[in-house]
Design a protein around this ligand. Sequence first.
Ligand code: PMV
Length: 309
Amino acid sequence: VRIGVGRAHGKAILFGEHAVVYGAPAISLPVHVLPVIANATITTGESTISSELYRGPAATAPERLSPVVAAIDAGLDFVAPGSSAHVTIYSDIPYERGLGSSAAVAAAIVSAIADAAGVRLSPAERFLLIQVAERVAHGRPSGMDAHGVVADTVIKFQRPDVTPLIVARPLHVVIGDSGVPGATRQAVGSVRELREKFPAKVEALVARLAGYAADAEMQLATGDWASMGENMWRAHATLAQLGVSSPELDTMVNAAHGAGALGAKMTGGGIGGCVIALAENSAHAKDIAAALSAAGAANAWSTWVEASK
Ligand code: PMV
């Protein structure tokens, strides 16, 4: 038997969450320190799953693993119809924190199954298979996570296009986890309600968020972290005005400020979930991570994106 291997990683949104729902660009970066690896073998018996959450037949997996089962079925239907698979998943990404856990697990699974079957998926094929699982996980996923969890560098996503961005110098960031599950669906719904009540106000806030994402493209290409950081503080304030921050997220953003971060904001859907802070370098990132932990973060990871070649 051939053991297939698939990999993916977490993602964090730098700018554009919520605005992307209304057609604005969003920018996400890979979180390589939060990897997912899946192994798969093709079999003729029943499909099985082995993970931290569950070990047993796919058919009797608990409801919260339904996106995992969907990824297995979608992968098999595409590369080995009528077969089954034994799938093992190792993930370091916490669930429901806006870090792309469900998309990354799906990406690793479909890649592992294709590898086990000796098939090489094109990026477009892989994207469509991940989206099958993401629809089970999220209903109407924008597709940003499905791209972000396999991208090696910073990407711009503006439905339906994804563009890798130029990064002038290493980008050091810290991700702080509030420990509170994010509530993306609820947050997206509450922004939509606010927009129905106060269309002009919400459109102005969305336009501001779109502007920060647009600015970031040049700031990344020139390494202008000072200006980009300023926009991160502003983006956090704007998202808070949209009602999607939380006391825990505000506390962590303030702690990042106290630690001299160049900028910080909530990242992802909000209400719970994570913040992202911009650091000068890796030593500074460690200091910020310590400050976030002291401010109550359940976890804080420092990570970086290499400069473009
Ligand atoms: O919480 P996450 O990382 O899934 O991000 C959600 C991003 C939103 O813009 C709020 C929603 C979306 O589908 O793009």
